[in-house]
Structure formats: C-alpha cells, structure tokens
Write a protein that binds this ligand. Sequence first.
Ligand SMILES: [Zn+2]
Ligand SMILES: [Zn+2]
Length: 300
Amino acid sequence: MLSTSWLPWKQVLQRHPKHTKFGQEKMYNLYPLHCTEILSEFELEIGVVQSTISSSYLFDTYIRRCFSSTVDSSAVLVNLILVTAIDPGIIPRSTEQQSSVEDIGSSSKKVTVNGVELKLKYCRICRIFRPPRSCHCAVCDNCVENFDHHCPWIGQCIALRNYRFYLTFLITALVLFVYIFGFSCRRIGERMSESGVGLFGILRSFPETMTLTLFSFAAIWFLGCLAIFHSYLTAINQTAYENFRNQYEGSPNPYDKGIIRNIKEVLFAPLPPSRVDFRAEAMPRWNREDHENPPHWLSI
Ligand SMILES: [Zn+2]
Ligand SMILES: [Zn+2]
C-alpha cells in the first residue's frame, strides 16, 4: 500500500472493494494523468511561474526594488499557487459496481432549478448523474463541479473551488504587466534621451529592456482579454463552458441573480469543502492483465 502524500495530488482516489493478491480489503484505484501529460502540464506551469518571477525580478532591478511591484508579484504567485493547489471541485466516482446506465435505465434525468428545467447527464466513467453545471474533464479524467475550463497553462481545471483565485490571478498578473510595461517604456525614453540614439540603437545596446517591453505588451493583451471575459462571465453568472456551448440560448439562465448578487456568489460565497480524501490509502492503476506483475516501484 502506498500513502498518497507523495503522489501528484491531482490523482483522484476511488474506492473499489475487490480481491487481489494484496489482500481482500477495500482498495483504491487511481485515475491519474499519464506521466507525459503531467510532465508537459508541469513544465507549462513552471514556465508561467518562471516568466512571472523573471519579469518581475528583471523589472525590480530597473526600479531598485519598488515595494508595490514586489507586493503585486507576491499576490500573483500566491493566487497561482492557490489555483493549482486546491481541489477545483472534483466529484468522486460512484463506488457502486451496479450503477451502470443499463441498471439505471436512462442516461439522463431532469431537474428544475429556479423554475428552469435542466437535464442531468449520466457519466459512464464516473458512474454518476452529473450535478447541474458540472462536466467530465477529459484531461483530468474527473467530473468537476461548476466546470469552467481546463487551463493548460496552469495545468488545472478551473471550477467551483478555485475560480475566484483564478480571476484574482488574472487581474493581479494584468496589473503587474501593465506596471512593467509602463516603467519599461519610461526607461526606454530615458535611455534614448541620455544616449541620443534611436529605437534601433536601444535595441542593440539594451536588448533586455526591449525584450521585457515586448513580452509585457503581449502579456497585457493576453491577460487583459481573459480578465475582461471572465469578469463578464462573473457578472452574468455563467461558466466559460456554458458560454461556449450557448447553454442558455433558448431559456433564461437560472443562476443569474443580477450583477451584484452574481459577483457576491461567485467570488465571496463560502467555499464548499472538498469531496475527495487526498490522504486516503491508494493503489496505482495499471492494466488488469498486469495484476500478477505490478510495477516494481510498488514495493517501495
Ligand atoms: Zn465523469
Ligand atoms: Zn481538468
């Protein structure tokens, strides 16, 4: 048996009673990302952190450790860590072996939310009827509550429990890059007047200043569009997934309670506790045919 504390936290534990050579106790299956997926997402995530830190550090050297940029850099990193580190709202899979769609008899149910009828779909992988607004993330291989999207840059689902940190991350990062861009432009202007050279002369003499300026300009566009889009979604209480699918095209959005109440609900309502016990004992998943030959590292 393995303790899950060392495993990638994103792996979800599911309990299935079964008999194996490891005993007749209740065991857990893991539904992990493939190693390559974990690595590529991890690399992207490290890239985001590195670019944020290096830009802010390079920028700090220009303005001699300006207090406000350090505070904003810290806010960006804290929110980035929160988005990636907390459970986004994973719905544990059903533990009942018989709960297949054939046993249940229908692949959909209907519920009424604030007077609007919504269809609940059955997830064959998780063996559950998904609650309204949830979706099965193909990358994480879990059903997630209030699914917004899976962010490949951060390597995490953005959903019920981490959406507010994601939005705060976007806004603080946007402020940081606007700040960097503004001071970089000022610095370029100062150097041009000091040395009397043009823009191409600055590019030759101070390539790092030009690189930082162009990088922060691109980041402002990228983060600005995302921050505006997600602020709009927050105001109308929709997820990006619902918006892209035009979910409420033919009917009113039952979750829309007006801008102020929507913002309060999305950003300030108490977070529900995680449904997943990440400290439970776990068995890694491998092919059933390989049960007789489990991975060598299992005995560690
Ligand atoms: Zn599912
Ligand atoms: Zn995901």
